[in-house]
Design a protein around this ligand. Structure first.
Ligand SMILES: Cc1cc2nc3c(=O)[nH]c(=O)nc-3n(C[C@H](O)[C@H](O)[C@H](O)COP(=O)(O)O)c2cc1C
Ligand code: SF4
Ligand code: SF4
Length: 251
């Protein structure tokens, strides 16, 4: 079974790709998170956990989701991490997660996809995004072939720099940078409520026809990138920047 978390659609795209090629089912962790229910998952096929990379690790919210879910059936677990550039030393943490869940760790596949983190960087334009997504397809196909043969994903050796990025920098990043404080809606907002629906953490509520952000944010970028009027900003850093949603799911 493929279990995915996705803010702006890249990881959903990879999960759907894997589901199609492996004739398996893709399950959205976001649905469970949004409803606040514990997942009870049963599958005889290997587990394939698909998600973005947040500060060179799985997003904490997704690692916690896996940790807290009831997972039965197959003992094999693969990880597919989409990223804007690279996953650093994430594999070690996925291995540890498998140890905690009593699953056999079968490797982590790094899949470069378009950058979505507009609260820090810039997203590529549509043409570049499509090229990046096309280049991801053979990586995913190779991943599928390995899963079908029962092979592990090839493991890249983490350098000292990778270990620092996924270790102390990851910790510092969550403490110092991940916060909803800088989000606000501009006068373009029409109070449609799409951002409220998009937030899997239920961190947005509409008050007086305007979104208000709470304190429980994971910086998934679903609200700011999904607003149909581009009426959400993150301080000044997002001003004038392109919003990114995976083209496969852009309405
Ligand atoms: C909070 C946050 C942190 C990120 N950290 C990394 C990172 O450490 N390395 C990287 O290559 N990409 C990083 N990215 C980019 C995303 O991992 C990448 O664009 C991913 O494909 C987005 O997936 P999604 O569309 O399924 O949400 C980060 C994005 C966000 C929002
Ligand atoms: S999605 Fe955009 S327009 Fe709709 S309520 Fe949210 S900020 Fe306003
Ligand atoms: S507030 Fe926005 S960025 Fe934060 S978790 Fe919700 S949708 Fe994602």
């Amino acid at each position: 079974m493929i279990v995915y978390f996705s803010g702006t659609g890249n990881s959903r795209y990879c999960a759907d790709f894997l589901a199609y090629h492996l004739e398996d089912q893709a399950v959205d962790a976001g649905q469970y998170l949004k409803q606040g229910i514990q997942a009870e998952l049963l599958s005889g096929k290997p587990w394939i956990f698909v998600s973005p990379t947040y500060a060179w690790q799985l997003p904490r919210i997704f690692a916690d989701f896996i940790r807290e879910s009831w997972i039965q059936g197959s003992k094999e677990a693969y990880f597919v991490m989409t990223c804007g550039s690279e996953i650093g030393g994430a594999a070690k943490y996925n291995q540890e997660l498998c140890r905690q869940k009593n699953l056999n760790y079968r490797g982590t596949l790094e899949v470069p996809m378009p950058e979505n983190y507009i609260a820090l960087f810039s997203a590529p334009d549509r043409e570049s995004s499509e090229k990046i997504i096309k280049a991801a397809q053979p990586i995913l196909e190779d991943g599928c072939a390995r899963i079908q043969r029962g092979e592990a994903f090839p493991e890249k050796k983490a350098s000292a720099v990778d270990r620092v990025k996924s270790g102390p920098i990851n910790k510092g990043f969550y403490t110092c940078y991940i916060s909803a404080e800088k989000f606000f809606a501009t006068s373009q907002c029409i109070g449609c409520g799409k951002c409220e629906k998009a937030c899997v953490l239920n961190n947005i509520r509409i008050e007086n026809n305007r979104p208000v952000w709470g304190k429980n944010c994971t910086h998934c970028m679903a609200c700011i990138c999904g607003c149909p009027l581009e009426a959400i900003e993150y301080g000044n850093i997002s001003r004038g920047k392109r919003r990114y949603l995976c083209p496969a799911y852009k309405e």
